[in-house]
Design a binder for this molecule. Structure first.
Ligand code: XMP
Length: 315
């Protein structure tokens, strides 16, 4: 039986003994990295440099929200605006594994630059068990290279510390509640962010469409569930598919792309069932997305695939 208080005590003690110099943490504002940041901060205090990379693939208003949350937790956040670097590194790249590798590598490079600036010797990461199990541990085939595992370059000069490595999501949420972290119930969000929800070419315009569509899905599902109209899924989002279809706006022919809405029930992300969302809510989401992303999107579809065989994210 998992005991959050025991885990916190042990993990803080362990980091106190193993970290003897400046450490950098990659905080994305998600449950995993925020819990890791708070534990590390309790362990080493000001030796911790908490860095947030704004990759350009974050959700609507996410950067501001993360900055406010960390400040409330007493942790000073260093924000690095890196969207331009990410978009140019990913220009013309459409193959999902290649995207993930480039994003992971650039992520680590940016941390190395920060390491040089602050002289950090350790890199703390919020990796949890499903991240590395699915990235291929020898016995398993590589399903996807997860951001925080597959992207690590071989010449990396930082020593990696992963305090949550053996935990599953429900255990990390328990820790977050115990540590009074307000994103404790927040749905998971992949390390590479909206980049893996923008299938095909990554342009600022296409990512912006996904950002708007994800915000609409989140808002409508959260409203509907707070009104008791549906159960809030474990994860719910929109992805942009490079599939164009003919449509009509007013009297004019449109030839836009496709948004797929995905919502799943799951315990730990390892397997999942698609959520049965009431049609009235899906219809509202569809209308809002096509109205907001006029011209860019003229068709919205709902994904009814379980995991397996589909993964939760589309890339
Ligand atoms: P998949 O798509 O593999 O996702 O079924 C399982 C869970 O993991 C999340 N995910 C990631 N999390 N780095 C992460 O930290 C990643 O690269 C990554 N890719 C997927 C996904 O959102 C789901 O919750």
């Amino acid at each position: 039986m998992f005991d959050a208080a025991d885990f916190i005590e042990e993990s803080v003690q362990q980091m106190q003994t193993s970290i003897d110099d400046i450490a950098i943490i990659a905080c994305s504002g998600g449950v995993d990295s925020t819990v890791a940041a708070v534990l590390a901060h309790q362990a080493v205090g000001n030796l911790l440099h908490c860095v947030y990379v704004d990759t350009g693939f974050m959700r609507k208003n996410e950067t501001e929200e993360i900055e406010a949350m960390l400040s409330d937790l007493g942790i000073q956040l260093i924000t690095i605006k890196a969207a331009d670097r990410y978009f140019s590194a990913l220009k013309d790249i459409t193959e999902p594994e290649q995207k993930r590798k480039i994003i992971g590598e650039l992520f680590i490079r940016i941390f190395e630059e920060e390491q040089v600036k602050c002289g950090a010797k350790y890199l703390i990461q919020g990796t949890i068990a499903p991240d590395w199990i699915e990235s291929g541990g020898g016995v398993r085939d590589t399903i996807k290279s997860h951001h925080n595992v597959g992207g690590l370059p071989e010449d990396m000069s930082l020593e990696v510390v992963e305090p949550l490595r053996e935990l599953y999501k429900d255990e990390v949420r328990e820790l977050a509640r115990a540590l009074h972290i307000k994103v404790s119930e927040r749905q998971p969000f992949p390390g590479p962010g909206l980049a893996v929800r923008t299938l095909g070419e990554l342009t600022p315009e296409r990512v912006e469409v996904v950002r708007e569509a994800c915000a609409i899905v989140e808002e409508e599902f959260e409203n509907a569930s707070s009104q008791g109209l549906m159960e809030l899924p474990w994860q719910y989002y929109a992805a942009l598919l490079p599939v164009r279809s003919v449509g009509v706006h007013g009297d004019v022919r449109a030839y836009g792309e496709t948004i797929v809405v995905r919502a799943v029930r799951s315990m730990d992300g390892m397997s999942a069932r698609y959520s049965e969302i009431p049609h009235s809510i899906l219809q509202k989401v569809s209308t809002r997305i096509t109205n907001t992303c006029k011209g860019a999107v003229n068709r919205v579809v709902y994904d009814i695939t379980h995991k397996p065989p589909g993964t939760i994210e589309w890339e």
